[in-house]
Design a protein around this ligand. Sequence first.
Ligand SMILES: [Zn+2]
Length: 339
Amino acid sequence: MLILGGVPEETKQDILKISGFSERSLPFKYLGMPIQTTRLKKQDSECLVENICARIHSYGARKFSYAGRLVLVKAVLSSMFVLPKGIIAKIEAVCRNFLWDNSTDYRRVPLVAWTTVCKPKEEGGLGIKDQELCNQAMVGRLVNWVAEKRNSIRHAGNTPTGCYEWLKGAGTIVQWFRAVWNDWVVPKHQFMGWLYAHGALRTNDELLMYGLDIDVNCYLCGQAAECMDHVFFGCRYSKQMINWLNQLTALILPDQHILEWCVDRQGSKLQKGVQAAVGMGAIYHIWHQRNCSKNDCVLMVPKRVAEQIVAEIRLRIRRRDENEMTIGDRDWLKNMKFL
Ligand SMILES: [Zn+2]
């Protein structure tokens, strides 16, 4: 597509001849959206919501993990442009439902509020952009570009990202973000670690508060009422698994407050990253086993789970170029039994 404006007729004819394009005038549709000189109306943009729903339905045919769905939601939202408020709200709702339940419809209460999800990762979010602010930033960028006059948004830089950052303002950094979002942590463990950090994993005690009549015992040991503190810190099964993890490596993971342990790690970037990866692996697999036991009545023995975590981390280490590691890091990995 080539858009021509204010071009002499002769030049236009030359361009059309050379390019082989045919001429059309406004309004016309591009990617299902009407392109016109006047402001888009809500009904004009409805087709965009339908297109996005159709795209998500096609994704929904496959089973994606949370991490996979997050990538797709970001791809959909990053391709948006200036739209009416009502349409932004609809598209966000579709993406939100897809992220939490693999569907375009609202079927499940989100585990974490959308306002939190839309924060940057350092501030505890998932780095999805607030679309309303994005819209304002894009409008601000256009205003600057067209007018080039003094405008408060202009001081934020002349890029949509600069405008967005300025409109959003600085937030509070969360301590745990580097422990969860670092390259050594397995991507699917990152998402679970993020949910854990927000206290968003729903255990039986919480479901009971919603009035659901369910078995209250821990799915891992069957010997105590299930709550977050028990599953991750008090459960005999989880303690045994952590104990095996410490035997298979030379790390000393505590059997409680794993996330805090990950945050407090010292050493090089690699050493902190690998330790956080083990901690996040422990959190992920404890919860995964809990769900396997709950949904399928299958539970792996603690030793086997620990072996799986170590194998996953070893695989990530083997994929890295050893020559790019310092001698200190290689020695550390050997001492910790990862190499
Ligand atoms: Zn238990």
